[in-house]
Design a protein around this ligand. Structure first.
Ligand SMILES: NC(=O)c1ccc[n+]([C@@H]2O[C@H](COP(=O)([O-])OP(=O)(O)OC[C@H]3O[C@@H](n4cnc5c(N)ncnc54)[C@H](O)[C@@H]3O)[C@@H](O)[C@H]2O)c1
Length: 365
């Protein structure tokens, strides 16, 4: 069997009808999923769920044809429900996701997949055992701008990659139960893993809890890769302006990805060439400043494209192993960064990928 993806064999034919889905968690992010799902012709939102009575009532009034319940277990008992979208706080993910999979529901969990790498690995295993599709919401990977950068990298246009630097900062939204690394880190970690097709081997992270004691609201991370590539990521909920900016520097070209710009991708045909010294003590650097190109970016809303990919996997009975590798690796990177932060930036080795181990185990079964 190919290791890239696994096709499921199931008697439940979901290829020729709309999927019945539930949105669980209607706080800040869940309503965004609900909005795109209402317009999606592949799915019908049949259930909404939130513990908060006021929120639930508000959305039930806007969507009167859905079943609204504050009790997650009510959803699990409905045999007509095909899939659940979990947009609840991170540290509720594992318990709810486990229940959903055990009840036979396909599952989409907002980032990060779970509150620990051990829990993330258990969910991946459970989904495979139950032959259910599990996906984690790493929405930026569905951004047409990110896909355009991925194409450039895959074509080798940047040459040898030297380093990546990224800033993801804004004022708020302060989280109470997790650090800025758990909250914003998944975006940059998933982007690095997806774009570079490499996994960092160490991380050194420093942060501080400027406002709420015990909850780091700013973090500076350095990551190293076996190839020699370095990455630097700045994460913060305390900044005067919102930045979503990543620079990738290669030997041939450099890319600037600015998610908040009208021209989100700019490719700089610029670099420096080192020439071997002709005599001792002399070396030559020549600077190349060529064109700056703004590639055409496809249209499409990432959050909608991501939902369609989830439904496609269900219709095709496909477990997307690559996306689950990224999801579990992201949780491992968060844990390693947190551990380094607790040890004042100590260079911390990132353990081997749980995804790869999982596939190796499966292949040797
Ligand atoms: N992809 C993205 O860009 C993105 C952006 C923001 C948040 N997120 C993710 O979305 C998830 C939710 O984040 P948020 O900011 O919306 O959180 P939030 O706290 O604003 O909302 C969570 C909601 O879940 C409800 N809830 C909690 N436990 C529940 C349970 N057992 N059953 C039913 N409802 C329950 C709460 O009442 C609340 O309304 C997190 O995993 C977060 O990381 C993703």
């Amino acid at each position: 069997m190919a290791l890239g993806c696994m096709r499921l064999v199931t008697g439940n034919d979901l290829t020729d009808r709309r999927l019945n889905v539930a949105v669980v968690g209607l706080g800040y992010w869940g309503p965004n999923r609900l909005r795109v799902l209402v317009d999606n012709d592949e799915a019908a939102v049949t259930h909404i769920c939130d513990l908060d009575a006021e929120r639930l009532t508000r959305f039930a009034q806007r969507h009167p044809t859905t079943n609204a319940s504050p009790h997650f277990d009510d959803l699990l008992e409905d045999d007509g429900l095909d899939a659940i979208l979990l947009a609840t706080p991170v540290f509720t993910h594992y318990a709810l996701a486990k229940k959903a999979l055990e009840a036979g529901k396909h599952l989409f969990v907002e980032k990060p997949l779970a509150g620990s790498s051990c829990e993330a690995a258990k969910l991946v295993l459970l989904a495979a055992e139950r032959e259910l599709v599990l996906r984690c919401g790493h929405t930026f990977l569905f951004s047409p701008a990110v896909r355009a950068i991925k194409d450039l990298l895959d074509r080798g246009e940047l040459g040898e990659l030297y380093f990546v630097s990224s800033s993801r900062v804004n004022l708020g939204l302060h989280q109470q139960d997790m650090s800025v690394v758990w909250d914003l880190g998944p975006h940059d970690f998933s982007l690095l893993l997806y774009l570079l097709d490499q996994r960092p081997t160490w991380v050194s992270a420093n942060g501080r809890d400027s406002i709420v004691k015990g909850v780091p609201d700013v973090a500076f991370l350095d990551l190293g890769f076996d190839s020699g590539l370095l990455a630097n990521i700045e994460l913060s909920w305390l900044a005067p302006s919102k930045l979503r900016r990543t620079v990738i520097v290669g030997s041939e070209k450099m890319v600037l990805y600015d998610d908040s710009s009208r021209e989100p991708v700019r490719v700089f045909d610029q670099g420096v060439v080192y020439e071997d010294p002709e005599s001792f003590g002399q070396y030559q650097l020549s600077y190349r400043t060529g064109d700056i190109v703004t590639p055409r970016i496809d249209t499409g809303e990432p959050i909608d494209l991501e939902m369609r990919a989830f439904f496609h996997d269900i219709a095709q009975f496909k477990i997307a192993d690559r996306s689950l590798d990224i999801a579990t690796d992201v949780v491992q990177l968060i844990e390693s960064a947190e551990s380094s932060m607790e040890n004042q930036g100590e260079k911390t080795v990132i353990p081997a990928s749980l995804g790869r181990e999982r596939r190796a185990t499966r292949a040797s079964d």
